[in-house]
Write a protein that binds this ligand. Structure first.
Ligand code: AMP
Ligand code: GLY
Length: 425
């Protein structure tokens, strides 16, 4: 099959590499891709949000299948457009992608179907939201309704932070129309778990659970990022909790979406918080997580392609999705300054010495690789135990160099503490 993968980050590279191993995969296009994706022909001129351009390209190249990976084209309806053009595509339709595209929709959906989540209020008027935050309990969480590059969530510990955050979303419109409405919700505490799942709209098969590390600096300090590293599986997500989540969260979500005429086919990502009152949904994403996919997909034993195809065509089954025993750890190498301003354009060396590297903010010039983004690379280690996986990842991190390279040195440390019984859950 000739397959296109939409997107340009480490997640897309992990998907490409898994597809490349499939005996049925003849040729891969990464649209737009990045300079480090050697498995695929990249299409640098075509943006992931250029729906017309992608449909035209897919027709011209007679692609057999297109995997739509990032949130934006999914929310814009690229899968619908490709399907209308007769090109099978992996990912939810526009109407199902609303689960990520609108936090107001997601919250109201969960309420309708009794899916546990934080208590919340929705505001479409700045003045009313302002009044509310003057006497609500603190901390309080304020979320822009629409997509905001993962930056639309404010956890305000003081009224002043809440006022500033609310103003930036609804007053200044920092995220444009995404801030026309806000969800203001209860602050929850507990370990977070990312559960990615495959679904054909009828059945749902969870992948191995994982733990992201969202803050920029060691010790979970500094600003929120897209993710600085991941370990999988997540030791907090015991079999018992997984069973409870399947009954109370995963299945009701798939059934609810079907009932509402928004059948969800593709990868559904559950951001969960294991709160004292039980597991609750923090967010839904309508796609693979990044960097979660970079830690989870290397542990997949089965061929990824038939799994994706079964989500699109129907007929997904647990037998299709087999995992390796063992653990993985992905460490993100970023440009210093990320998620704020950073300098890039520096030559990257040593990646060939690593076992598993996924390229994200990478450019190729005359056969050499240069940093070109905030998150530059994901270095992955696997092992029989979590400590082995962590050690293996950091051993390879040592081999890579580019100027301004920065990374967290404590990916997996919290999980190890939790497994050791310290650091009360
Ligand atoms: P989101 O973009 O919804 O994943 O939110 C980003 C991060 O904000 C999450 O991974 C959590 O760490 C945090 N967060 C979101 N909602 C809440 C909440 N209700 N209580 C506590 N933390 C939250
Ligand atoms: N790592 C979080 C996300 O992909 O949204």
């Amino acid at each position: 099959m000739k397959i296109g993968v939409i997107g340009s980050g480490g997640r897309e590279h992990a998907i490409l590499r898994a597809l490349w191993r499939s005996p049925d995969c003849e040729k891969l296009y990464a649209i737009p891709g990045n300079g480090g994706m050697s498995e695929a022909e990249t299409v640098p001129g075509l943006k992931a949000s250029d729906l017309d351009g992608i449909v035209k390209f897919s027709r011209e190249k007679e692609l057999d299948y297109v995997v739509v990976s990032p949130d934006e084209p999914l929310v814009l309806g690229l899968v619908d457009r490709l399907m209308e053009a007769g090109i099978p595509a992996f990912g939810p339709s526009r109407s199902a992608a609303l689960l990520e595209g609108s936090k107001v929709f997601a919250k109201e959906f969960m309420k309708r179907h009794g899916i546990p989540s934080a208590d919340y209020r929705v505001f479409s008027e700045l003045s009313e939201a302002e009044k509310y935050i003057e006497d609500c309990e603190l901390p309080i969480v304020i979320k822009a309704d629409g997509l905001a590059l993962g930056k639309g969530v404010i956890i305000a510990k003081s009224r002043e932070e809440a006022r500033i955050g609310l103003w930036s979303i609804m007053g200044e419109k920092k995220f444009g129309h995404s801030g026309d409405r806000v969800v203001v919700e209860e602050y929850l505490e507990g370990p977070e778990v990312s559960v990615l799942s495959f679904t054909d709209g009828e059945r749902i098969v969870p992948m191995l659970s994982s733990m992201d590390h969202k803050r920029a600096l060691d010790g979970d300090l500094g600003p929120n990022t897209g993710g600085m590293g991941v370990i999988a599986p997540n030791p907090c997500y015991t079999e018992e909790i997984a069973g409870e989540c399947m009954e109370r969260i995963l299945l009701p979500t798939i059934r609810g979406m079907k009932e509402e005429g928004r059948i969800f086919r593709g990868c559904l990502y559950f951001g969960l918080m294991l709160s004292r009152k039980g597991p609750k949904v923090i967010e839904y994403n309508c796609r693979f997580g990044d960097p979660e996919a970079q830690a989870v997909l290397p542990l997949l034993r089965s061929d990824l392609l038939p799994i994706l195809l079964s989500c699109t065509r129907g007929g997904l089954s647990e037998e299709l999705v087999r995992w390796k025993a063992g653990h993985s750890c992905c460490v993100i190498l970023a440009s210093d300054g990320y998620p704020g301003a950073f300098e890039s354009g520096y030559e990257i060396t040593g990646t060939k010495l690593c076992r598993e590297v996924y390229m994200a903010g990478v450019e190729r010039k005359e056969g050499r690789l240069f940093s070109s983004g905030g998150r530059v690379l994901g270095v992955v280690g696997t092992g029989e135990s979590l400590p082995e996986a962590i050690e293996s990842a950091y051993r390879d991190v040592e081999k890579v160099y580019f100027k301004n390279m920065r990374y967290r040195r404590d990916i997996g440390a919290r999980a190890l503490r939790l497994m050791g019984g310290e650091d009360g859950i």
